[in-house]
Design a protein around this ligand. Sequence first.
Ligand code: NIG
Ligand code: FE
Length: 393
Amino acid sequence: MRTLITNIGELTTNDASGEDLCGTRHDAAVVIDGGRISWLGSSDAARSPEVHDAADDVIDADGRAMIPGFVDSHSHLVFAGDRAAEFEARMAGERYAAGGIRSTVAATRAASEDELRARLRRFVDELLAQGTTTVEIKSGYGLDVETEERLVRLAAEVTSEVTFLGAHVVPAEYAGRDEEYVELVTGRMLERCAPHAKWIDVFCESGAFTVAQSRRVLEAGIAQGLSPRVHASQLGPGDGVQLAVDLGAASIDHGTYLTDADVAALAGSDTVLTLLPGVEFSTRQPYPDARRLIDAGVTVALACDTNPGSSFTSSMPFCIAIAVRDMGMTPAEAVWAATAGGARALRRDDIGVIRPGARADLVLLDAPTRIHLAYRPGVPLVSRVWKDGIAVR
Ligand code: NIG
Ligand code: FE
């Protein structure tokens, strides 16, 4: 089945050469064949019989903008319960603390597998409807061997980007025995979870795990064939960024509080910094200065961090709007970070880009340019979505 989409007013390919980060083409056309992009050119060239007549289906984009599907490289989508009251209290002046995670752990442990699966699938559909065609999903609301295994297994039903986050916080039953909990995470829990996961993650922050504990967790995961990524510098500065860079992590996520030394270490590394604007929005923390990072040469990704505590948005357009309005990113940088940047954070080169051979994960916007994603905040501009070449919306 070959589908030609033509008359695309602005095509963000992210297949860049030279000045234009987004590899922008105007009046463009693409062909989807099977799950991949098979051709890309001008609308004029698409009128030729070799392209036009070979298509089974022709879609007229009517001058609208197309971008790669969003790559959301940080989410916690498998959980039960809700923390709306905690959010309400925060909006009235309470501070966010990592401890709230334990209330979601209690609800998640109490939920059945079917209930967790049904909720997870609803979230994945919610993301797709907003243009997210790839999502990374973490465990971390089980914190016992059985439940963590269940969470990574369920996540693996819906994505290949599964992260084992047994080291999210120390669960209540291990209070005061955090070293014993680290033993469990790096031992039996890891053994059961690793077969379902690609990534190992740790929350390296005061109130969660120390740098030494985080290193043990990540190294144990690496020894089991997982690749590292790190939650760090969310609530204050710390040594998590340096640890991530030392271990060659694909990404360090949050980075709300970065020292100049952190920025320099990131700039000289292959580690992506994944910014999560939804967290600052819903915890009333200061937004990180993305301009400082990009100007220093750091590769930046944007992700939603969908979770019931610190950021319960699943909207990449919302995160793009914040990044442009409050974090100093240009619209082009923010769209790149939410697509190609996410792909880099997952060490993938087949997504976040529109070029022959890449996966046909595409979003058609109800707008003439990608700038509208920030210019029209809160407006549902995602009009059509293709995932692996299949029109899902
Ligand atoms: O990425 N930082 C740690 N974990 C989540 C928050 C989880 C929660 O509050 O439930 C995060 O923000
Ligand atoms: Fe997170």
